[in-house]
Design a protein around this ligand. Structure first.
Ligand code: ZN
Length: 548
C-alpha cells in the first residue's frame, strides 16, 4: 500500500505517530521489581491519569492495563515518592553554581580549592560554602590570614556547612565595614584574634553584616539555581521538597517556571518572616499547576550546635555561655496569631534544648485550650531535647522535622559540646517515634548533600558513610526500615496536609514514585548509599529515568 514516497509515506508516518501517541493518555505499568507501598509489598503498580489505578499481582495488573506502556524495573525497588521535608532549594542550586567546599580536608585544601576557583572565575567577589573543620589536621577554624594568603584583592566569603558561621578575608571585612571596634549585633558574634582584630570568623546574626554588602545573586542566577536544584533532586529520586526560608522572589520564579511546565518535583514552601505577609493574611495558596504551594512561615529560635549558637538550658560543656536566642516571645505571639487566623502553618528552627522548650511553650500558648493537633505546626531539627519536653511533641501534635545525617555529622563534636547526660535526648528519633510523634525526615541541604539514600542510611544505621560510629553515638536511636520509609514518605505528606493523596502507594493516590536499584528495606546498610536512582515519577509523569 505504501509506495515509500509522496503523500502515502507522509500519511503512513503520521498514522504511526498517532498510534504511538494516542489522544487518551496511556497507562504506565511498573513490573519486574518489588513495590513497597508503605503498607506492604506488591508485584506491580498501574498508573492511569496521574493516579494509581491498581496495586497488586503482576498478572492482574496486566489484565487491568489498557494501552499500557510497560516499564520493567529489572529487580529494582519502587517506593512512595521520597520527599525532603527540610531543604533550601535556592541554596542547593547556588551550591552547584558557586565555590563548593564540601569534603574540604584541611585549611591547605581549602586554600588550593579557593585558588583554583579564583583562577577559573577571575572577577568579582568569591562566594563559597560547605567547609567544616571538625576533621581537619590543623585542629582550628580558618582565619582571614589563611584566605588573604590566597586572595587579597577581591572579597572572599566562605560559609561553614551549617550556614551559621562564615569566614571572610580582609577585603570582605573591609567591604562590610567590620574593624576592631565593630560591635556584635544582637544574636551574632564577630570573632577576634589575640591582637583584638577581627579574625575573619563571624557567627549567626553577624553573617548579615557581610551577606548584605555582597551583590545579591541576579534574577537570572536565581532562576538557574532553582532549575539546577530541581533537576538534581529529581535525579536523586526525590519527588518533592519542603522548601524552607523562601523569599517572594523565589516564589515568583518558581510559579513562572511551573506555568511553563518546568517544575518537575513538588515544592511546598515556608516563607521567611520578611516575605510572609501574603500567606499570613490570605492563608496557604498554590500556583495553578499545584506543583508550587505556599504553606506558611519559617522562623528561627536559635543557632546551630557546631558554632555554639544553639540555645541550651545549661551552659555548653566545652565553653562558657549557653547559646543564642534569636526570636522573642512577643514576636512569636504576633506571627502565631496571624497564622492561626489565616490557617497558615508555622515551622520553627530549634536546635538546643532551651530553643526547643521556648518554641514548645510558645506553641502551647498559641494553641490554648483548642490544642494544636489540627494545625500540623512543626519544629525544624528538634535536635537536643530535655527529657521533660520529649513527650510534648506527641501530646501537642507538633511535628518533629529531623535530618538523620545531621546526627552522624554532629556526633564528632556533640559529646564535647553537650556532655554525656544531654546526649540521651539528642537526635532522639526513636524516642520521639515511641511517644507517637510524627517525625518527618529531611536533609537540610545545602548543609548536607541532599540525598535520600544517605538520609535513609543514617536513619537506620546511625553510622557515618565510612561505617564508623563512636561509643557515645546512641545507636539505640537508629530507626527500623519501616520507620525510616515513613519518615521520608508518609510523614512529609502529613506535614503539608497531603496525606489524603500522597505518601503511600494505594489506589486513588497520586502517582509519585521513587525507584532505586537496591531494595532499601532489605539490603545490608552499607549498600544503601550506593543504590542508584532508576526512576522518579511525579504525578504519573517520568521526571527522571536512569540511562542504560
Ligand atoms: Zn535549614
Amino acid at each position: 500500500m505504501r509506495d515509500g514516497t509522496g503523500l502515502g509515506a507522509i500519511l503512513g508516518a503520521t498514522l504511526s505517530v498517532m498510534m504511538a501517541l494516542p489522544v487518551a493518555a496511556s497507562d504506565l505499568l511498573l513490573i519486574g521489581g518489588t513495590v513497597h507501598t508503605g503498607k506492604g509489598t506488591a508485584e506491580a503498580i498501574l498508573i492511569r491519569d496521574a493516579r494509581i489505578a491498581f496495586v497488586g499481582p503482576a498478572a492482574q495488573a496486566r489484565l487491568a492495563a489498557s494501552n499500557a506502556r510497560i516499564v520493567d524495573l529489572h529487580h529494582a525497588a519502587a517506593f512512595p515518592g521520597f520527599v525532603d521535608a527540610h531543604g533550601h532549594l535556592t541554596g542547593i542550586g547556588m551550591r552547584e553554581l558557586t565555590l563548593a567546599l564540601e569534603g574540604t580536608a584541611s585549611i591547605k585544601d581549602l586554600q588550593s580549592r579557593l585558588a583554583a576557583y579564583a583562577k577559573a572565575h577571575p572577577e568579582g567577589p568569591i562566594i563559597g560554602s560547605g567547609w567544616i573543620e571538625t576533621h581537619w589536621p590543623e585542629k582550628r577554624f580558618p582565619n582571614r590570614a589563611d584566605l588573604d594568603a590566597v586572595i587579597a584583592d577581591r572579597p572572599v566569603w566562605l560559609k561553614r556547612a551549617d550556614g551559621h558561621a562564615g569566614i571572610a578575608n580582609s577585603a570582605a571585612l573591609a567591604l562590610a565595614g567590620i574593624d576592631r571596634n565593630t560591635a556584635d549585633p544582637d544574636g551574632g558574634r564577630i570573632e577576634h584574634d589575640a591582637a583584638g582584630l577581627p579574625s575573619g570568623m563571624v557567627i549567626d546574626h553577624a553573617l548579615g553584616l557581610i551577606d548584605t554588602r555582597l551583590p545579591p545573586p541576579t534574577p537570572a542566577m536565581r532562576r538557574a539555581a532553582l532549575q539546577r536544584a530541581m533537576a538534581l533532586y529529581a535525579a536523586r529520586g526525590w519527588t518533592g521538597i519542603h522548601n524552607m526560608s523562601v523569599t517572594a522572589d523565589d516564589i515568583a520564579v518558581l510559579t513562572e517556571l511551573a506555568g511553563q511546565g518546568k517544575v518537575p518535583i513538588r515544592i511546598d514552601n515556608f516563607m521567611t518572616p520578611e516575605d510572609s505577609e501574603r500567606v499570613l493574611s490570605d492563608g496557604p495558596w498554590s500556583d495553578p499547576s499545584g506543583m508550587v504551594r505556599i504553606r506558611g512561615v519559617k522562623l528561627y529560635a536559635d543557632g546551630a550546635l557546631g558554632s555554639r549558637g544553639a540555645a541550651l538550658l545549661q551552659p555548653y560543656s566545652d565553653a562558657p555561655g549557653n547559646g543564642l536566642v534569636l526570636t522573642s516571645s512577643e514576636h512569636y505571639a504576633t506571627i502565631f496569631a496571624a497564622a492561626l487566623k489565616a490557617h497558615a502553618q508555622i515551622a520553627v528552627h530549634a536546635i538546643g534544648d532551651r530553643g526547643n522548650r521556648l518554641v514548645l511553650d510558645a506553641f502551647q500558648k498559641a494553641f490554648g485550650s483548642a490544642g494544636g493537633a489540627a494545625l500540623r505546626w512543626r519544629i525544624e531539627h528538634a535536635q537536643i531535647l530535655d527529657a521533660a519536653d520529649l513527650p510534648r511533641f506527641a501530646e501537642m501534635g507538633v511535628i518533629a522535622s529531623m535530618q538523620p545525617s545531621h546526627a552522624v555529622d554532629d556526633f564528632y563534636f556533640a559529646p564535647a559540646r553537650l556532655g554525656a547526660a544531654r546526649l540521651t535526648g539528642a537526635y532522639a528519633w526513636k524516642s520521639l517515634l515511641a511517644t507517637g510523634a510524627v517525625v518527618a525526615g529531611g536533609t537540610d541541604a545545602p548543609v548536607e548533600k541532599g540525598d535520600p539514600r544517605i538520609e535513609f542510611y543514617a536513619a537506620v544505621y546511625r553510622h557515618d558513610l565510612g561505617g564508623f560510629a563512636g561509643p557515645d553515638w546512641h545507636l539505640e536511636q537508629a530507626v527500623s526500615r519501616d520507620q525510616a520509609l515513613r519518615m521520608f514518605t508518609a510523614a512529609p505528606a502529613y506535614a503539608v496536609f497531603r496525606d489524603n493523596d500522597l505518601g503511600t502507594l494505594e489506589v486513588g493516590h497520586i502517582a509519585d514514585i521513587s525507584v532505586f536499584s537496591a531494595d532499601l528495606m532489605t539490603v545490608p546498610p552499607k549498600e544503601i548509599p550506593g543504590a542508584r536512582t532508576v526512576l522518579t515519577i511525579v504525578g504519573g509523569r517520568i521526571v527522571y529515568q536512569e540511562k542504560r
